[in-house]
Design a protein around this ligand. Structure first.
Ligand SMILES: C[S@@+](CC[C@H](N)C(=O)[O-])C[C@H]1O[C@@H](n2cnc3c(N)ncnc32)[C@H](O)[C@@H]1O
Length: 407
């Protein structure tokens, strides 16, 4: 059962819903799902990532690999160490609570490979504050290297760019197939508590069950704009099998500009992207008829983005073929693609486990490793992609598995 919202969460969610309602009215009655997701997650001061809820970790809405175990970050550190040269840098995008940075930096220090600078670009002011607090406790020699950026660096870096579970948080478009044509899904508002009964929904509409004062956010379809129509037409042409009527899915049109923007920051080195996702043919499989959208609220996963608006995370799986295409288009090489389990095993997670001699600590770490590695947990659903520039030689993390043929 879905946990109830506290009074504070209810009030916050009403405020976010009211803002979305205003934007819908201003736009003439409908906004795209991408605009809805942008507001629900990032509206200044109100969106899920902009306001002060706990979000990550056991007391929050979801846990990520670095929050589960430092074993993950220590393996990432090993991959960084292979690539970092003297004077090299690390840039982390969307650093969450700062836990990955807090584990990577001491590992690199122990290996004598500390970067000259560890820069963090974080869109959430609230999370950036938590990062500052956590990383401020590191030894001075390490913490002095950490800086926060408010935009991508103008000078290309030599080193490593890291992003764990950031691509899935980029607002995406939502579409469905109807009568052989693409329709875009977005949101409209209807009168709730004080109004008449909601108007009949479209066949795919999913009326929100949360009444927000007198506003109810409902899903409505619309003709796609040219950008979405072209992207969907290109997508359908590439797929090995036709998609059935009423098929609904997501497409992230922000991915390519994001990769291009971040890619230009890499002068020489490696971009390492971790996320749950699939190659295109699997992502848009004819049997995956309801898309990949997932919402996270107090450790519950569900697929209704129109409840708990502003107090739950909304994500969509990553089409890694789109990431690879965007990377190649901006001059990056796709140097590796594998599962998280294969990456962690190749970077020596078993050896790290073996280093612990205390039986209690060993049992705890073994439990954490299982969550990171097992196929039913994060091991298979999460993928790792390596994008490189001016970098020769095989990467340690991709020595055990090469899934690039599936892209
Ligand atoms: C699901 S959390 C993952 C946090 C952290 N990387 C981890 O693994 O624990 C998504 C993170 O990406 C950040 N984010 C979202 N969009 C971003 C963007 N365009 N650029 C940089 N960070 C972004 C969020 O604020 C948040 O820190």
């Amino acid at each position: 059962m879905m946990p109830a919202l506290s009074a504070e969460e209810e009030a916050h969610s009403r405020a976010v819903t009211a803002l979305i309602g205003e934007r819908v009215r201003a736009a003439g009655g409908w906004i795209s799902f991408e605009q809805f997701m942008e507001l629900a997650l990032y509206a200044p001061g109100l969106g899920y990532y902009s306001a002060g809820s706990v979000k990550l970790g056991p007391g929050g809405d979801f846990v990520t690999a670095p929050e589960i175990s430092d074993l993950f970050s220590r393996c990432v550190a090993r991959q960084c160490a292979q690539v970092l040269r003297d004077g090299g840098e690390i840039l982390e995008l969307g650093a969450g609570t700062g836990r990955m940075a807090a584990a990577i930096l001491p590992s690199l220090a122990a290996a004598g490979r500390l970067p000259a600078r560890y820069a963090i670009l974080e869109v959430s002011a609230d999370l950036a504050e938590r990062q500052r607090e956590r990383l401020g406790k590191l030894p001075r020699e390490i913490r002095e290297r950490v800086v926060w950026l408010d935009r991508l660096p103008e000078r290309a870096i030599d080193g490593v760019i890291l992003a764990n579970e950031v691509l899935d948080a980029l607002p995406c478009r939502k579409f469905m197939l109807q009568g052989g044509a693409v329709r875009e899904l977005g949101v409209a508002i209807e009168s709730g508590a004080t109004g008449a009964s909601p108007a009949p929904a479209t066949s795919m509409a999913s009326p929100a069950d949360a009444l927000q004062d007198d506003i109810v956010i409902v899903e409505r379809e619309h003709a796609p704009n040219t950008e979405l129509a072209n992207a969907c037409a290109a997508l359908m042409q590439e797929l090995p099998a036709p998609l059935p009527e009423e098929y609904t899915s997501e497409i992230c049109l922000r991915l390519a500009p994001w990769i291009a923007g971040v890619g230009t920051c890499l002068g020489r080195g490696l971009m390492l992207l971790f996320d749950y996702g699939l190659p295109r043919a699997h992502y848009y499989h004819p049997q995956r008829t309801a898309g990949t959208l997932r919402c996270h609220f107090k450790q519950r996963v569900h697929d209704d983005p129109y409840i708990n608006i502003g107090v739950q995370d909304i994500t969509a799986w990553v089409d890694f073929t789109r990431v690879a295409e965007a990377a190649v288009a901006c001059g990056l090489d796709v140097a590796g693609f594998c599962t998280q389990a294969a990456f962690l095993l190749a970077t020596g997670v078993e050896q790290l486990l073996g280093e612990s001699s205390d039986p209690v600590e060993h049992a705890r770490l073994a439990g954490e490793a299982r969550r990171l590695l097992l196929p039913g947990e994060m091991g298979e659903a999460f993928k790792v992609m390596a994008l490189t520039k001016e970098l020769d030689g095989a990467l340690q993390g991709f020595a055990l598995q090469d899934l690039r043929h599936s892209l």
